[in-house]
Write a protein that binds this ligand. Sequence first.
Ligand SMILES: [Zn+2]
Length: 295
Amino acid sequence: MICPVCDQEKIGERLEVTDHFLSLEKFELVKCACCGMVYTDNPPSPAEIGKYYDSEGYLSHNDNATGPISVIYREARKFMLARKRKAIEKLSGLKSGYLLDIGCGTGHFLEEMSKYGWNVEGVEINEFARKQAALLTSANILDPLELTGLPSNSFDVITLWHVLEHFHDPRNYMEEIGRLLKPKGICVVALPNIHSFDAIHYGDFWAAYDVPRHLWHFSPSTFEKFAAKYGFSIFKIKPLPLDTLFISMMSEKHKKSRLPMLKGIFIGTWFQLKSIADIKRTSSLIYFLRHKIEE
Ligand SMILES: [Zn+2]
């Protein structure tokens, strides 16, 4: 593993974290001494990682999960879809256009955008999810290998909702995004924030470490350097407030707390209020990028 921000190799502090969600295996995070980027060391290879997703509860790939956290998650998703659409319309200055959602899962975001007049396409690695998304949206849903076949400068908006941290090859994706995005297009990337109040509070139990599924653990400052490396600048950062509650509830569950939902809501609300004054400490952030203007 090489630091994706500065290309240096495995140096700096280490932290052991557990896959509380599924396997209970331990993994090591390494913090690059050069740039501060944190990443999962020696993660399972692309061929092996599939088994770590093999759970009824992995929400982004499963819409039929029951249980109170899943139900709340789905209600929250409806609210967040509208919020995401409005933010994109405001910050792109467009009411319709060509949108590509990378890691579209079962297609709920594409459905929302398409309903409001956007021409949408999706990319999804999971074959089952790809079929579901195609059924839901009647849009073209591609396998990641087909991405290189899309014409250059063809999208006004490219979105990655909590997916970049899962990719073994984020460099290739960033290069492709740079090629596919129109000169005035925007790229929207949602990521967990390792610098958030909840990440620091929960430590090993922080649900958004989500090892070994999450390979890259960005903070606002490391993501800014990473984006710059691929010719992008960040022109706006917005918090994803409901993620703080969801991640706090999941983290309390990992800790085997009594009443994890209630405790998670209470602590998550407190962190959410604290981060109003300092949004870069929010659990999850949406970064809005555009091509850097060459001077
Ligand atoms: Zn580095």
